[in-house]
Structure formats: structure tokens, C-alpha cells
Ligand binder design. Structure first.
Ligand SMILES: Nc1ncnc2c1ncn2[C@@H]1O[C@H](COP(=O)(O)OP(=O)(O)O)[C@@H](O)[C@H]1O
Ligand SMILES: O=C(O)C1=C[C@@H](OP(=O)(O)O)[C@@H](O)[C@H](O)C1
Ligand SMILES: [Mg+2]
Length: 182
């Protein structure tokens, strides 16, 4: 059963390791919707992201990432989509997100310290002169204004399990009008 009929595409954005993929999957389950993840779609077709960065470069990754996201956002049905952290830098993607309910998952360096260690291999956090958390803070500072500008809703994900956070997000979404269902 679809519990969020007013919203078409619900898109989770935010910096690396805040929990976009994990909370997005939980939200989709609670809402009775299909879950899509741009990194997962990339890897299904092109293999691991770190190998793509090292073989073809970030620029190529961004081009393919933007195409994958555009093809999902062209769909007219209802789903939950979690984006990779840097996907929102693409101006075409920024425009297409205007049709979706965009949720910014917000955290800080302390909250993501353990999450960075636990899941995912993120080429942008590998640096010779900075530790991954310092690097995360720098990348987040560079992108924060973009996340805030695109967000219809912001969810603080510093505390709480993914299940609790997804339930909180369900309630927030249930209580706000959608902007895209004609
Ligand atoms: N609220 C949370 N509390 C504790 N760990 C979390 C939470 N959300 C996600 N995680 C863990 O943090 C790691 C990164 O989560 P992930 O969903 O991959 O983040 P993102 O997609 O934003 O990069 C994973 O190991 C995940 O299980
Ligand atoms: O922030 C970024 O530029 C990236 C975030 C990653 O996704 P997550 O945000 O799911 O870790 C992945 O797309 C890639 O490693 C680049
Ligand atoms: Mg992810």
C-alpha cells in the first residue's frame, strides 16, 4: 500500500555516509514503494565506483551518474530515490529535482565518523594528507549551500537508528503537501 499518495518521487540528498541509502530503503519499505539508489544503478551497469574513478576519472563518473538520475526522474510513477552525495552538483540534475520532494539528510562530522568506517568505499574520502573525517568536513562545507537550496525538507540524522529516522520522515512527509502529483 502506498502511504504517501501526495508525493511522486521522493529524493534523498546529503553528504557521504549520512545514511541516504539506508534510510531511503527503510522509507521505501514503510511507504510501500520501489527503492532506487543512483550508486547502485551505476554499479549494476559499470562495476564498482572506486574502480570507475581510478580508470576513467570523476568527470566521467559524474556524466554517467547524471544520465542515470535523469532517466529515473523522467519516470512518472512513485518511488524513493537516494542519490550519491555529489550528484546534486550537476546543474541538469538540480533542475530536474524541482519536480520531486527533496529531503536533505543533515549530520555532522561526529555523527558520520563511525558510519564512514562501517559502510562503503568512497574515493573522495581517500586523501594522502587528510583523514577521512577531515576530508568529509571539507567536502560537506563546499556543498552544504547546494543541499540547503534544493531541499524541501531537512531531516536531522545525527541520532536514531535508520528505522526510527525513516518513521520520523514518513510522518513529516504525510503532513506536507506534495508538489508534483497532478
Ligand atoms: N542512523 C544511523 N545510525 C547508525 N548507522 C547508520 C545510520 N544510517 C546509516 N548508518 C550506517 O552508516 C553507513 C553509511 O550509510 P549509507 O546509507 O551508505 O550512507 P549514504 O548513502 O548517505 O552514503 C552504513 O554502514 C549504514 O548502515
Ligand atoms: O559525495 C560524493 O561525491 C560521492 C558519494 C558516494 O555516494 P554516497 O553519498 O552514498 O556515499 C558515491 O556516489 C561516490 O563515492 C561519490
Ligand atoms: Mg549511498
Amino acid at each position: 500500500m502506498n502511504r504517501l499518495p501526495a508525493h511522486r518521487s521522493i529524493v534523498l540528498i546529503g553528504p557521504m555516509a549520512v545514511g541516504k541509502s539506508t534510510v531511503g530503503a527503510q522509507l521505501a519499505r514503510l511507504a510501500g514503494r520501489e527503492f532506487l539508489d543512483s550508486d547502485q544503478l551505476f554499479e549494476e551497469k559499470h562495476g564498482p565506483i572506486p574502480a570507475a574513478f581510478s580508470s576513467y576519472g570523476e568527470r566521467w563518473f559524474r556524466e554517467v551518474e547524471a544520465r542515470i538520475i535523469a532517466s529515473v526522474l523522467a519516470r512518472r510513477d512513485q518511488y524513493v530515490l537516494s542519490l550519491g552525495g555529489g550528484a546534486v552538483l550537476d546543474t541538469g540534475t538540480q533542475q530536474l529535482l524541482g519536480q520531486s520532494t527533496v529531503v536533505f539528510l543533515e549530520a555532522d562530522a561526529d555523527a558520520v565518523r563511525e558510519r564512514i568506517k562501517r559502510g562503503g568505499n568512497r574515493p573522495l574520502l581517500q586523501s594522502a594528507d587528510q583523514d577521512p573525517v577531515q576530508r568529509w568536513s571539507q567536502v560537506f562545507a563546499d556543498r552544504e549551500s547546494v543541499y540547503r537550496r534544493l531541499a524541501d525538507l531537512t531531516l536531522d540524522v545525527r541520532d536514531g537508528s535508520p528505522e526510527v529516522l525513516a518513521t520520523e520522515l514518513m510522518t513529516l512527509l504525510e503532513n506536507r503537501p506534495g508538489k508534483e502529483v497532478q
